[in-house]
Structure formats: structure tokens, C-alpha cells
Design a binder for this molecule. Structure first.
Ligand code: DSN
Length: 420
């Protein structure tokens, strides 16, 4: 018996493979520490969340829900899911929350599965106007299974045109309207979206993944009082582990729970649910609002410096954690070229289409930038002004020395990613 166990240990703990992957993690840690991370959907978790998410909770199967599991030995695990639900409901004032979705995409798919039949009509913001792939892109299961139609932002202001959306919805009569975005920098009027949904007899789902941290702290209006379903990730402005959740009215609770499990998923990832409990708890603390406020101050610093430099900002600026700039118009390059140029200097952004983009998705006209991640690492308004100046210098092909000095100055003000 002893020999058998020793053999198993050797098979599973092979030295070379371990070192290989740990070496790569070290390399990625260095990359993260030496990078100005401006991808609007990314953030850095706390050491606490890292520890929980890497814990022995990963060993346990627990298909089902607290008190109704399909496996034995779930009495400790149940406490975790109950806590995550408690803090999540408190944070967002939710009638019901399901904390099992593995991701935001899965959370969206679960709502669709719960209330739509294949071929049902849905109306959502288009990808070019700031929507998300899971809001009906033809290559996503959402677009393959359901009959998605899209509304656009106004071509001049780049803002959601609610009157136009209402007209479109009344003609289309969709079963579901999807609000929320992955690249929209202004406040979304959830009350108006509810009004439109009620007028055309549609259900309303809001995907608040990007703005969840701002919603949690009252710095963006909450969709919860207005929507039948609210979906989200936990790892963007909310600064939790990489995962998702769904909030809904009580009357939808059992259909949503059934749709997540067994509809779409098997065993929940308990290590991540525990990290979500910690994330929701953290977001209930007063310091989290200070942090979210700093994210907003930092985006305003970025916005004002870009404006002073004559950079064209989509929708004229930002009310949340992100903004997009038109690099084609400002610098005469496409978003892909801009992304690469910035990458050369360890500034990470992502290329993005802009509304009514004349260019294709792989060479779009814009880049998207967000302030959540570097705010977590301790940066303030002056740092973001320097970042805006540096991006301007890089994209307009200026001298290397000033750029390197600027980047060094900013990185000196950052806390290490393993120490947060
Ligand atoms: N939500 C996407 C983003 O904004 O980057 C990722 O799925």
C-alpha cells in the first residue's frame, strides 16, 4: 500500500513539469509588475482572494445547491455558497442571486436558456456600438441559437439613442431586451430600458459585468430594481476572482437555478465561489467605495489630458472606468498598430472597433483603455495624466528616452501584483 502511494505521488508531482509551469508563472508575474495595464476588463485581485482561489476547495464536487447536493460530504461546502449568496444579495440588494456561473458568458447563456426558445427574438446593443460577443454575435452560441437584432448608438454623439431603440423594439416585439456593454463609457439609463421593455412586452436583462464595482458602491445607478435579470462577471471593476453570477427577481429564482445547474453546468467551482464570497464582502467595506471613486478620478484625469492633447475620445469622455480613443483619426494608424506600439513599451490596451467603424475588426479604428487595474496598484490622477502624455508620444512616433523615463516614473509608484 505504502509503495502504491509513493508511486502515485511521483507520477503526479514530476519535478520537471512543476518547475516548467512555476517558471512561467514567475515570468508572468514579472510581466505584470513591469506593465502599465490598461485593459478595461482586467484587474488585480488581493492576496486573500488569490489564496482562497488556490485552496483545497478545488478538490470537492458539489453538484446541486446548498442542502440539495448530489454528492456526500458537502456540509462544509454548503456554508461557503450560503455566505457568497448572503454577501452578494446584500451588496446588490438582490431578491435572488445564483453564484455558480463559471463566467459572465455562462451567466448570459443561462438567462437565455431559462427564458428563450431557439429562434426567439432578442434586441441588444451591437458589438460595434459597445456590446459584447455574447449579446448575439453570429459566431457566438447566442447568435447561433436565437434571433438577435441590434440597436446602435447615435452616429453623432455615440450615445445610446433611447427613442430610436424604443421605435425599433415596438416594431420588432422581442422576447428579451439586453442592456449593458463592454465598451460604453457613459451612464446607462436602466429605468428607460425597463420602460421600453414593458411597452413592448419584453423581458429585460442587464449585463453589468464592466460596471459591477461602480454599481456596488452607488457610483453608477443599479440595474437591479429595473431588470428581470442582471448578469455579471466578478473580476473587472468588482476586483474578485475570474467568474460570474446572476441576480433575478424571486419569481425567476428556480428557473434560473435550473438553467445554471443542470442546464449548463455540472459541479460548481467551490474555490471560486469562496473567493466570490470574499470579493462581495470586500466590496461591502467603506474602503471599496474610496477605491471605486479613485477609478473615476483617474479616468477623468486620463480624459482631460487626452482632450488637452487633441485626442478624439468616443462619446466625448467617460462616466465610468473606461474610455475609447479614435487612433485612426488622431494618429493616422489603426487600433492593431496602436496596440502593438504600446505593447513595445509595456503599456497594455486592446484594439477595439468604434461606432460605425469603417475598418474591419482586426484593424479597427480605436483602442479601449480602463483605469481599474492600475488604480488597484496605487496610481493616482497625476500618474494617469503622465500615462496619457506618454501614450500620445508613443502613438505620434516621438522620442524614446522621454517615454522610457515616463514609464519608469509611473511604475515606481506601483505596488507589486503579489502584494495587493
Ligand atoms: N467583456 C470582455 C471585455 O470587455 O474585455 C471580455 O469578455
Amino acid at each position: 500500500m505504502k509503495v502504491f502511494f509513493r508511486l502515485l505521488y511521483n507520477i503526479n508531482g514530476g519535478k520537471m513539469k512543476d518547475n516548467e509551469i512555476l517558471g512561467i508563472i514567475k515570468e508572468e508575474t514579472q510581466r505584470q509588475n513591469q506593465t502599465i495595464e490598461l485593459i478595461a476588463s482586467e484587474n488585480f485581485v488581493s492576496r486573500n482572494i488569490l489564496k482562497i482561489n488556490g485552496s483545497i476547495l478545488t478538490n470537492k464536487y458539489a453538484e446541486g445547491y446548498p442542502g440539495k447536493r448530489y454528492y456526500g460530504g458537502c456540509e462544509v461546502i454548503d456554508k461557503i455558497e450560503i455566505l457568497a449568496k448572503k454577501y452578494g444579495s446584500e451588496l446588490f440588494n438582490a431578491e435572488h442571486i445564483n453564484v455558480q456561473p463559471y463566467s459572465g458568458s455562462g451567466a448570459n447563456a443561462a438567462v437565455y436558456l431559462a427564458v428563450l426558445k431557439p429562434g426567439d427574438k432578442v434586441l441588444a446593443l451591437s458589438l460595434n456600438s459597445g456590446g459584447h460577443l455574447t449579446h448575439g454575435h453570429p459566431l457566438s452560441s447566442s447568435g447561433i441559437l436565437y434571433d438577435f437584432h441590434h440597436y446602435e448608438v447615435d452616429p453623432l454623439t455615440n450615445l445610446i439613442d433611447y427613442d430610436e431603440l424604443e421605435k425599433q423594439a415596438l416594431i420588432l416585439q422581442p422576447k428579451l431586451i439586453v442592456g449593458g456593454a463592454s465598451n460604453y463609457s457613459r451612464i446607462i439609463d436602466f429605468a428607460r430600458l425597463q420602460d421600453i421593455a414593458v411597452k413592448c412586452g419584453a423581458l429585460l436583462m442587464i449585463d453589468m459585468a464592466h460596471i459591477a464595482g461602480l454599481v456596488a458602491t452607488g457610483l453608477h445607478p443599479s440595474p437591479v430594481p429595473y431588470a428581470d435579470f442582471v448578469t455579471s462577471t466578478t473580476h473587472k471593476t468588482l476586483r474578485g476572482p475570474r467568474s460570474g453570477f446572476i441576480i433575478c427577481r424571486k419569481k425567476w429564482a428556480s428557473i434560473i437555478d435550473r438553467s445554471v445547474f443542470p442546464g449548463l453546468q455540472g459541479g460548481p467551482h467551490l474555490q471560486t465561489i469562496a473567493a466570490k464570497a470574499q470579493c462581495f464582502y470586500d466590496a461591502l467595506q467603506p474602503e471599496f467605495k474610496v477605491y471605486q471613486n479613485q477609478i473615476l478620478k483617474n479616468i477623468k484625469a486620463l480624459e482631460s489630458e487626452f482632450k488637452a492633447l487633441g485626442v478624439e475620445i468616443i462619446a466625448g469622455g467617460s462616466d465610468n472606468h473606461l474610455l475609447s480613443i479614435n487612433v485612426a483619426k488622431t494618429f493616422g494608424i489603426n487600433g492593431s498598430e496602436a496596440e502593438k506600439l504600446l505593447d513595445n513599451y509595456h503599456i497594455t490596451v486592446n484594439k477595439n472597433t468604434i461606432p460605425y467603424d469603417p475598418n474591419p475588426p482586426l484593424k479597427p479604428s480605436g483602442i479601449r483603455l480602463g483605469t481599474a487595474a492600475m488604480t488597484t496598484r496605487g496610481l493616482k490622477e497625476d500618474d494617469f495624466k503622465l500615462i496619457a502624455k506618454t501614450i500620445f508620444l508613443i502613438l505620434s512616433g516621438h522620442v524614446e528616452e522621454t517615454i522610457k523615463n515616463n514609464i519608469e516614473t509611473v511604475l515606481k509608484n506601483c505596488q507589486g501584483v503579489e502584494k495587493l
